[in-house]
Design a protein around this ligand. Structure first.
Ligand code: NDP
Length: 324
């Protein structure tokens, strides 16, 4: 049997149910994987709440690390026993999962990191990587505003931007949380209420070149107003709610741009996924990225794991171990 977490209806974390289901052989384009750790991400919360719609009932979770136990068709790149990761297969909160082969990336057996150290570098880490390197081409000397900067993606993003010579203004919901971002290198850090003062101080009133925002509706207007002429708003999440449609003429006064990116578009093939992941691993091994190992919950405590990611009190990766 296969223990999984599923939802029959959308709602708060009480809707998460532990259940036993049978497990089928992989299709010819799939590999069966024994899950070692499943990642808990904010997108799982959007799915659970119904903010991003799924047909119900539904499994949950997109990300994991595991070991291949069967392969649907002969494959030159992967073999039984390989440790692999994936970031976009629904149903990852399970003991076993069939993952499309083209979504699997092998983790080198010589990698000197444990699964709980690797997990923060997957969905969160590759997101921080594409934001800093591809969603907007930052220049040395640019100033960037980062919201949710104490979060899993946020703290990694701050560090990647600093390594590129960018001045970083970091925002979080409390001074204590803003200090997490300060401790990993942010030049200016404060709460969302401090946004105008911090941006003025950091840029002498000219505004930031780029905003990286995953909070959404609650801060959208303030962030838009913080941009310099020809600035770019990279809106990559909606933790407080989605930004509703708005008049594009609002961008006109300062010739602003908005990008609404997704990780899938920046990890479209194996080579791109591997190079982002590998660079994050190398930076970690070189001591250039600091982050805590994933906080692991037993499967029976999926509710507590979701409550923690929504609590705005934790900073780092959260994971589920389906075997505890
Ligand atoms: P985090 O660890 O960053 O947790 C979310 C953070 O959002 C919280 O810590 C909280 O920080 C902040 N927040 C602001 N408003 C709210 C609210 N109303 N309710 C809850 N939290 C709120 O999560 P992740 O690192 O996993 O993800 C960060 C963001 O990145 C998410 O919004 C996610 O959807 C997005 N994302 C987008 C991807 C993409 O490609 N587009 C891919 C991966 C993630 P604080 O209290 O300090 O404000």
């Amino acid at each position: 049997m296969n223990k999984i977490i599923k939802i029959q209806a959308t709602g708060n974390s009480d809707v998460l149910q532990l259940s036993d289901e049978s497990f089928s052989s992989p299709g010819k384009d799939q590999a069966s994987v024994r899950v070692i750790l499943a990642g808990v991400n904010f997108i799982d919360v959007y799915h659970r709440r119904g903010q991003y719609e799924l047909p119900l009932p539904s499994r949950l979770g997109l990300e994991g690390i595991g070991e291949i136990i069967e392969i649907g068709a002969e494959n030159i790149d992967l073999k039984i026993g390989d440790t692999v990761f994936w970031t976009s297969t629904l149903g990852s909160y399970s003991q076993y999962i069939n993952v499309p082969i083209d979504q699997l990336t092998r983790i080198d057996s010589k990698t000197k990191l444990n699964p709980d150290q690797i997990l923060p570098l997957l969905l969160q880490g590759m997101t921080a990587h594409y934001l800093a390197n591809s969603a907007y081409l930052v220049n040395k000397g640019d100033t960037a505003l980062v919201t949710a900067a104490a979060g899993g993606v946020g703290q990694l993003l701050v560090q990647l931007l600093k390594a590129k010579g960018v001045k970083v203004v970091a925002l979080a919901s409390s001074i204590e949380r803003a200090n997490y971002a300060k401790n990993v290198g942010a030049d200016f850090a404060g709460t969302y209420q401090d946004i105008a003062d911090l941006v003025n101080e950091a840029t002498s009133g000219t505004g930031v070149n780029v905003v990286y925002d995953s909070v959404g509706i609650d801060v959208f207007d303030y962030c838009l107003n913080s941009l310099a002429w020809k600035g770019m708003y990279v809106l990559y999440g909606a933790a407080s709610g989605a930004v509703p449609p708005f008049d594009l003429m609002r961008l006109n006064a300062k010739s602003l741009s908005i990008r609404r990116p997704s990780l899938g578009a920046y990890t479209q093939n194996h080579a791109e996924r591997f190079s982002r992941f590998n660079e994050m691993v190398e930076l970690t091994l070189a001591g250039k990225l600091k982050f805590p190992a994933a906080k692991v919950f037993p499967f029976s405590q999926a509710k507590q794991a979701h409550d923690l990611i929504e609590s705005r009190t934790y900073s780092g990766k959260i994971a589920l171990d389906p075997w505890l």
